[in-house]
Ligand binder design. Structure first.
Ligand code: NAP
Length: 251
């Protein structure tokens, strides 16, 4: 089994990469900075490519080099840009990165993966969105908007790729304890509800991929919370979200 993981050099992507290696798959990862994986014996068996998902040609070259005319069974897009924007204070650079990586990067991943898979019998493309993207809320953050867009884009590709036997799975996690999330929160994740470990997240994702689910939202309590919030009038929800943001920021 050949698995390519865009954004597999840290966090959720790296947990999936090492998990698939343990299952005996041939695994490649790409990211913009491979030095994170230097000198780590555990990652020696990973094929590593320096490629930015915003550069479609660079990503396509990496996938072609990895496949060497063999079938690509699974492509997972774990890249993403998120910032500490709970209080709606994000810089132009952060907004730019979110739009490019979460939207253009998502489309490039679908394009490159489907190019590799269309001549073969089937394949599976997975994209990591966020539980926040499942909530229909006009006042949500830019991050949530980009993740909502990623879910919609995945739906469109699912329909378009069905005739080729290529399935599409969306993963919408709640808070996952990764170094990146810790970094953005000064190492304090005590205010993140229903936080789960990266290993737990990886197990849930393996299962959803194996079952070829269209979408998996976890943990369940976060899914239910989003379902409940989605039923509230927008004015009330806006008030709750504003207070939550202030509480999270200790404002
Ligand atoms: N952690 C959470 O609580 C949480 C919750 C919901 C959803 N998510 C989503 O899950 C995904 C992974 O999050 P994470 O916490 O595991 O973050 P992470 O540790 O920062 O992982 C992101 C990975 O993507 C790579 N990457 C980022 N931009 C890239 C680009 N333009 N081209 C190629 N690779 C790129 C990063 O490596 P380089 O920076 O070296 O390129 C890294 O390998 C993201 O989409 C995030 O939005 C996370």
């Amino acid at each position: 089994m050949k698995v390519f993981i865009a954004g597999g050099t840290s966090g959720i992507g790296l947990a999936l990469a090492t998990g698939y290696l343990r299952q005996g798959a041939e695994v490649a990862v790409c990211g913009r900075n491979l030095s994170k994986l230097d000198d780590q014996h555990a990652y020696a068996a990973l094929a590593k490519f320096e490629a930015d998902v915003c550069d479609r040609n660079a990503l396509a070259d990496a996938v072609v080099a990895f496949c060497e005319d063999n079938a690509l069974d699974l492509f997972i897009n774990c890249t993403g840009s998120y910032a500490d924007d709970v209080a709606q204070r994000i810089s132009y650079e952060e907004a730019n990165a979110m739009l490019r990586i979460n939207m253009l990067g998502t489309i490039n991943c679908f394009e490159v993966a489907q190019e590799a898979m269309r001549g073969q019998s089937g394949g599976q493309i997975v994209t990591i969105a966020s539980v926040s993207g499942t909530l229909d809320f006009p006042h949500s953050s830019l991050y949530s908007k980009t993740k909502r867009a990623a879910i919609q884009v995945a739906d469109a590709y699912r329909r378009a790729l069905m005739p080729y036997g290529i399935t599409v799975t969306v993963v919408a996690p709640g808070y996952v304890d990764t170094l990146k999330l810790r970094e953005l929160n000064q190492q304090d994740l005590s205010k993140k509800p229903f936080l789960i470990s990266v290993e737990d997240a990886a197990q849930r994702i393996f299962k959803a991929i194996q079952q070829k689910k269209e979408i998996v939202i976890f943990p369940k309590r976060m899914k239910w919370l989003m379902g409940f919030l989605g039923l509230l009038p927008h004015v009330l929800l806006r008030n709750i979200m504003f207070r939550k943001a202030k509480w999270m920021k200790n404002d």
